[in-house]
Design a protein around this ligand. Sequence first.
Ligand code: GSH
Length: 249
Amino acid sequence: MSLTLYRFPGSQYSEKVRAALDFKGLSYSVVDLAPGADQWMIYQRTGQRQVPVLAHNGSFIHDSTAICLYLEHAFPAGRGGRRALLPDDFALRREVLDLEDRLDALFGLPGRAVLTEQCLRDPHWLKAVGAANGVRGPGLWALRGASLGLRLGSLLPPVQTTLDAAHAALRGTLTELTERLARAPYLTGAEPTLADVAAAGLSLHLAWPDSAYLGVPLLRGRGIAEYVNDPVLGRFFAWRERFYREFLK
Ligand SMILES: N[C@@H](CCC(=O)N[C@@H](CS)C(=O)NCC(=O)O)C(=O)O
């Protein structure tokens, strides 16, 4: 058995898959790619350009949800102490998949908008995320110039409206997750599932975890202050830290 995860170092969907691999107790290797030329290799193997891509014994699977479902099928729970990503109960399984779907959408556009805003605000974040995506030296100066332009652009009312909507969406769902965790140890009840794995991995940019596989080491332990320091969301971030300690590398 050979499992290889192809990712961008700062990709939240890749972190979701990596979390699923750890959660299931599987051994794997990680190959870091950079956006741009490296995507040609992805395209040749999968007919699309995005990561994560998982290679398993010569097959290539793309899309984080498809990969997680593939892992659940290829490595069923119970054998070798592997955990289940999906519960047996049909109604609960539906709830897990619905929540995972909503989290995927949330950490797509709104999540990226909030990360971009943070990089425009904080040069350390810009440098760290830039370096993880292969931007160095003169490229970094170009990025700084572009970010200054973008920062000015972000003051425009339509951009502000988009950012406000992204924050509102993120805050609304994180508050819901926090409330779920006040009622039960995991997001959909007494046992951890794919919904927990997705929430832990997809929230990568909000609080960079202390993980052996962290792709953006300059940001280890850092987070976006208005979320990680918000007492209303404290339970969520404490839960996530525990989840990494208990289940993830
Ligand atoms: N729905 C996809 C989204 C994957 C995705 O957005 N990947 C980003 C990195 S986080 C990517 O590869 N972007 C490069 C591109 O779109 O060219 C999934 O769940 O895997």
